[in-house]
Unconditional design. Sequence first.
Length: 246
Amino acid sequence: MSAADLFAIHDRQAGPSGADQRSLAWHIDRCGKITASRFKDAIAMTQEYVYTSGARKGQVKKPEPMAQRMTYMRELAFERLTKSPVHSISGKALEWGADAEGAAQDAYQFATGNTVTASPFVLHPRYDFIGCSPDGLVDDDPEGAGGTESKCPFSEHVHIRTWLENEMPEEHKPQVQGAMMCTDRAWWDFISYDPRQVTGLRLFVKRVYRDDAYISWLELELLRFEAELQAMVRELQRKADGLPAH
């Protein structure tokens, strides 16, 4: 089946296809959606602060969009206008992560006794422009239904840092809490795995519990991002149609 055929089928569907991750159908499911792996980019804003010197002393500097936020918005605008996923970025780090992910899940299952089930792309329960692709879902844990997020860092020092800090790195919080938001699950096991390490340090697991206050904030920020994205798409569509900008 061609890519065009898959796009035609997708347009007639009410939701995601349930396709395996990294397949063409999965890429189409995600096309134009704000996805959990990029929530960090979608909410990237500078911090508000008060000028302490100069002509603007005492004035408040409002938060502004960071470069990665605008880049992601433009990528999604492309996808929504063309109904085609942006090109995939490849490289040694990404290939390493993809190759090691299966071993990470196997090591996690052996260490915890949990059974990990593969997951397709999952839409937010209320907003069909938001979704996530969990690395795995767990239904047989004593604490109830949860999931997993596996990171297999190419740079050795990253895994070492995680062990020393004994915490999930803060940069993964939007993705992990966002996955719980989309799947309505109570916990997520963050996994860092490096098969190059000595045996006792290869697998790091940290359970992260649902933070409803953070999720409410995250959801609001994603809705703001969506509103700006829609405005960008409308502006581009007017330009494509030869109409003057508002």
